[in-house]
Design a protein around this ligand. Structure first.
Ligand code: NDP
Length: 456
């Protein structure tokens, strides 16, 4: 590794020793940039890497709200505005007790490269709060009520509104932030600024949302997998697929896979994983979607409604399959470790496409890359969501709505461009077939060149 990269990583570790997720994500990118940094001495001359790893701005704020018993609660929230060299900041909002600065810096950093890969003009950001909508603060085992979620979202936006805007920073959803939460936040924003604009994406269809946005990340991930298989003259028909998660990304990935003739044998959630040897049907997937978005329960609650389903308590989707061709981790960061990777490889896995952000640990990534299987990192494979958010911004700015087919066609085209750019960048720097290097390099070069051109 070049001295410049070594020094950057050393400084990074010293400055961020308390941020393990961020260090993992930043080192994963930096360690793949050697060939491109060597070929472009202007990056070192302009301290591009040192600037890139430091967010342009971090906002931290309190969110006070009143629960259903009348008690005042206080959560901590952040917006990490990482890099706006190529466009307004863009990235999701996550509500989860695991949210902290390290997690949001990792997600915001990843978002820079992901957004750059989409070919659309969007900078990188991420935000969220340690608020847990899945656990009421006053009744153990119960979720927050809709009213509590609304009051939390309104208070969250009462501070956030001053830092965002359609040309400044355009947040979207992420874990535990879907249509309901985006609606409440949009309503509060509009009331405060007295203006209707496309400040958030993932909005409901009656108020500026784009058709296909909910489907986009899961569908896009499957389109990426199709493009990878096409390089080997294969397709998804008949492939046995394991998916983790059962939320937005997982459920739409499952739906698209089944539609394309693949067999989806697993899904999971915090309570455990289900396994259906014969494969889930589209109706089964609808049952699970209803469970997760309407009744908001656990997978264990619906096992009896799904023919042939077995439930495995407290485990993820990986080590319960006896044969697998493709794996789609779609739940959360670091959910697939080195042991899981070895197990999957031993049981026939030839393709991994990450719907979640950084779901594979460094040991798992190493195992996939060494085995030379088709392995697509999240920043490339799950970029369809933010790309479609970009399309929602365009529709809002032009005051038009495209049809589902228009949006889906554009999504397919974008996923193909992302695939081809990553594939070609890897080949150009001597690592043909390595999508980790390809995605990092292709995403980085555009942002780095913009930073150099714009001066210090
Ligand atoms: P959702 O909240 O809709 O779903 C998350 C899923 O992961 C749920 O099934 C949840 O289970 C499961 N999960 C969460 N934490 C754990 C845990 N500790 N153990 C086991 N399972 C867990 O989120 P999304 O589908 O939107 O996001 C999933 C991933 O995809 C995240 O990494 C996100 O950053 C990434 N992503 C999302 C995009 C989007 O457009 N939504 C875009 C790009 C990336 P349970 O139902 O029990 O809570």
């Amino acid at each position: 590794m070049s001295k410049y990269l070594e020094q950057t990583i050393k400084d990074l570790r010293a400055k961020n020793a308390d941020q393990p997720e961020f260090l993992q994500a930043a080192e994963e990118v930096l360690t793949t940039l050697d060939p491109v940094v060597e070929a472009h001495p202007e990056y070192e001359a302009n301290a591009v890497l040192e600037r890139l790893v430091e967010p342009e701005r971090v906002i931290m704020f309190r969110v006070p709200w009143v629960d259903d018993t009348g008690k005042v609660r206080v959560n901590r929230a952040y917006r990490v505005q990482y890099n706006s060299a190529i466009g307004p900041y863009k990235g999701g909002i996550r509500f989860d007790p695991t949210v902290n600065l390290s997690v949001l810096k990792f997600l915001g950093f990843e978002q820079i490269f992901k957004n750059s890969l989409t070919t659309l003009p969007m900078g990188g950001a991420k935000g969220g709060s340690d608020f847990n909508p899945k656990q009421s603060p006053h009744t153990p085992g119960k979720r927050c009520s809709d009213q509590e979620v609304m009051r939390f979202c309104q208070s969250f936006m009462t501070e956030l509104y001053r830092h965002v805007g359609p040309n400044t920073d355009v947040p979207a959803g992420d874990m535990n932030v879907g249509g309901r939460e985006i609606g409440y936040m949009f309503g509060q924003y509009r009331k405060i600024v007295n203006e209707w604009n496309g400040v958030l994406t993932g909005k409901g269809l009656p108020f500026g949302g784009s058709l296909m946005r909910p489907e986009a990340t899961g569908y896009g991930c499957v389109y990426f997998a199709e493009n990878m298989l096409a390089t080997k003259k294969q397709n998804l028909k008949g492939k046995v697929c394991a998916i983790s998660g059962s939320g937005n990304v997982a459920s739409f990935a499952a739906q698209k896979l089944v539609t394309l003739g693949a067999k989806v044998v697993t899904l999971s959630d915090r309570s455990g994983a289900i396994y259906v040897k014969a494969g889930l049907t589209l109706k089964d997937i609808d049952t699970i979607k209803f469970l997760k978005t309407v009744t908001r329960g656990e997978l264990a609650d619906v096992v009896k409604q799904i023919k042939g389903a077995k439930f495995f308590k407290g485990v993820n989707s990986w080590q319960i399959v006896d044969k697998v061709d493709c794996a789609f981790p779609c739940a959360r960061q670091n959910e697939l470790n080195g042991e899981d990777a070895k197990y999957l490889l031993k049981h026939g896995c030839k393709l991994v496409a990450e719907g979640a952000n950084m779901p594979s640990t460094p040991e798992a990534v190493e195992a996939f890359v060494s085995a030379k299987i088709l392995y697509a990192p999240g920043k490339a494979a799950n970029a369809g969501g933010v790309a479609t958010s970009g399309l929602e911004m365009t529709q809002n700015a032009e005051h038009i709505s495209w049809t589902a087919k228009d949006v889906d066609d554009k999504l397919r085209q974008i996923m193909r461009s992302i695939h081809d750019n990553a594939f070609e960048a890897a080949a150009k720097y001597g690592h043909k077939g390595n999508y980790v290097m390809g995605a990092n390099i292709a995403g980085f070069v555009k942002v780095a060149d913009a930073m150099v051109a714009q001066g210090v």
